[in-house]
Write a protein that binds this ligand. Structure first.
Ligand SMILES: [Zn+2]
Ligand SMILES: [Zn+2]
Length: 122
């Protein structure tokens, strides 16, 4: 967990986005545009990998076991953002609805999950 926190926040760490709020992870992006971090699972001992924003939620919660059926979705829609308050754990359908918000340029609401932060999209 400490190693993961170190990579997210220290080396390679993040840069503050142009909007002054989002924390953009500086690792290298995978084919889908998401940054991945590999880590050794403390219980199974196996090396596995996860997306940087999912890792940020793990570090914020102090828990490596996030429900696998829930997507870590970006409220700010910036794929590299690792600010835990911009990431919502929610069902895939909700994550898909958010794409509609980007297209429409306004958030239609996702109760009980938080609204998109479209004004932060860079
Ligand atoms: Zn953000
Ligand atoms: Zn929305």
């Amino acid at each position: 967990m400490d190693a993961m926190r170190h990579r997210l926040y220290v080396c390679p760490g993040y840069v503050l986005a142009a909007n002054g709020i989002c924390q953009l992870f500086q690792g290298c992006a995978g084919p889908n545009g998401y940054m991945r971090l590999s880590y050794r699972h403390p219980v199974s001992g196996q090396v596995t990998s996860t997306t940087a924003h999912r890792a940020a939620v793990m570090v914020a919660r102090g828990c490596l076991g996030l429900p696998p059926h829930l997507d870590a979705s970006h409220l700010c829609h910036n794929k590299a953002c690792i600010l835990p308050t911009h990431i919502s754990l929610e069902p895939r359908e909700v994550n898909c609805q958010r794409r509609g918000c980007i297209t429409a340029g306004q958030c239609f609401g996702h109760a009980p999950f938080p609204d998109c932060l479209l004004h932060l999209k860079i």
